[in-house]
Design a protein around this ligand. Sequence first.
Ligand code: NAD
Length: 263
Amino acid sequence: QMYNHCFQKFGLDYAYLAFDIGPERVGAATNAIRTLHMRGANVTMPCKAAVILFLDKITPAAKAIGAVNTIVNDNGVLTGHNTDGLGYTQNLRRHGVDVSGKRIVLLGGGGAGSAITVQAALDGAAEIAVFNRKDSFWPRVEAAMQSAKAAAPACNITLQDLDDREALKCAIGKADILSNATRVGMAPLENESNIDPQWFRSDLVVTDVVYAPPQTRMLREAEAAGCRTCDGLGMLLCQGAEAFRLYSGEEMPIDEIRALLYA
Ligand code: NAD
């Protein structure tokens, strides 16, 4: 709906369609982009990593994240991008916050968390303290953080246990931005938050990647404490807008789309 509305608005002779394929068909599907002269594609789970093998080029951010969510076809040359992290930093910018020089506490280093880490580090964040549970994600998060450090060595990236509440409280006390990139806040965890509301300060910017529900418990409690907040729906629209710009060179009217689809 988001893309098709914009194609019509800008008079672009494109249509956005969904194709349901598994990772074993990614190579054939990627070739079809060339064969059928498609302008591009988005890629979602579980194909975001598998598709890399079949592309001609990949951006530094997508390489460091290890996942592609947008492919652009320039006369048969396919370039893989990752707009998730860009969507995050762009959404913050729309709320008047630039990550450059900032200290960020990031909860969760899975797919969304590692995209945010890489992009925020590339955009000049001073420090990113990642907190993840010591669950099955932990080894992958460790590897993702190593990759982010290699991509942006000037940024101080650390990884700690989310269950270490003292370390978390202390890191939030020194942070400019607190970001949730865990599944906490979305169903079936919609009434949960990783954060004790007493830790919020009015000068802390609080963001969430979860977009269903649009206002998570963490964001509600942060807002009540006077914090500036950015929701996951904003990030979702911004990552789509980045992809739209790559396909068309046009700026997606984000507020218009948000009002149209989520009023
Ligand atoms: P993922 O499966 O790659 O990672 C899940 C993360 O959540 C891991 O860090 C894991 O340790 C953590 N986690 C899971 N259960 C937890 C719990 N009970 N307590 C603490 N941590 C827990 O998932 P993902 O792709 O990174 O998605 C995470 C969230 O981000 C989802 O809600 C997804 O919908 C959302 N997301 C939003 C956007 C956007 O544009 N707004 C983009 C991507 C993902």
